[in-house]
Design a protein around this ligand. Sequence first.
Ligand code: CMX
Length: 434
Amino acid sequence: MDPLKQKFFEKSQLLRTEIKSLLKEHGDKVVGEVTLRQVFGGMRGVKSMIWETSELDAVEGIRFRGYSIPELREALPKKGGEPLPEGLFWLMLVGEIPDEEQIKWLSDQWTSRINVPEHTFKAIDALPEGTHPMTQFSVAVTSMQTTSQFAHRYSEGLSKTEYWDPVYEDCLNLIARLPRIAAYIYRKNYHGGMHIQPDFTLDWAGNFAHMLGIPGEDFKSLMRLYMTIHADHEGGNASAHTTHLVGSALSDPYMSFSAALNALAGPLHGLANQEVIKWIFKMTDALGTTQPTHEQIAEYVKSTLAAGQVIPGYGHAVLRRPDPRFTAQKRFAEDYIQDSDIVNTVWKVFDVVPDILKGLGKVKNPWPNVDAHSGAILVHYGLKEYSFYTVLFGVSRALGVMAATCWSRALGFPLERPKSVTMNWVRNFLEENN
Ligand code: CMX
């Protein structure tokens, strides 16, 4: 058994035993109540799932196995000054910071698993011109289901205690292939199908940057940071929760991850990263300048709100402070980028939007989220095709949700099946409880 798999197996068996005895003794303890507002309001704050890989605090932001983003930047092995996503995946899967040798092993593993089935490229090519890159990405991931070791072994008869093993293999294979598929979609759609072969000497994110065809070491560093900070945001967000739900039916990792991509493709979730840049380009076009003033931006924000639209990149269902993932990208831009109109505009938007949103009196979090900053840096490096941005988010998100999927199968989590009620049930409930 490979060293990561062995470690994961040992740790998961210990936790499985702990959960068994914990539930025997404390299974009936009440952890919270559910209000009618939560029933109608998207289940905000309802504790209903175990998600080991990361935890979100409304004020502090995300912690991956206890490490905040600035702490991760210090603790994880780095290349070009930024953390390697290999390190984060290792940390999320087994709860330990890997050493250089372990990172190298995982990088080599992903390189050795990079081959994408030929029919996946054909499936992408079969889609009509103008198909959104997220649709292409989702179709590509679904098409790889034919290679699922879990689906194959399940059909032959697989013991429940062994589910985790082929799921681990599927998750590693899937993660290894994603940069290749995403780069294929990018080069096909925006560079006339001039594809770039992988460079097997590079790390996972560095190779992704290489295959996208964006030159320079700084862009490789950006991809390492980008792939690290977008990876996971505890279990309740739409893409993670979708992975959890679909996986709980024992749909294999390709099926559950493509479902996650379909959730990520919503404008209130991952698609917000394209919407932010689209909105900024629209604003600068309308104003006729790439250097709008604070006053001009404020007027444009108000007109967006007056049209009944949200300001993309601002607000969050859980966070109540500026997102540390926004701050990490701002720090990157301060370190690596001088005098960029688009980056300066994002910073001016940050100066202006929170006060305006606070003034509405209903927005619970007026601060920027992860999507407010990412596009400006990508534009700076020449990746201007914003319809592609959510694909980048998706490649990264696989790290967290696939690590969590390994845990779900190893811990033997059951089919997810919450209770819905009808309006009649609500009316009767209110009559009885008046
Ligand atoms: N601009 C304008 N209005 C906003 C707003 C924003 N950025 N954020 C919240 N509001 C509004 C809501 O639309 C809601 O209005 P109504 O009561 O009229 O329906 C009200 O404020 C209360 O919403 P909330 O409780 O503060 O926020 P939710 O938990 O319901 O929604 C989110 C969270 C992210 C969907 C919302 O803030 C939003 O639409 N933001 C813009 C889209 C975005 O950036 N999404 C990316 C999130 C991060 C990610 O997943 O990638």
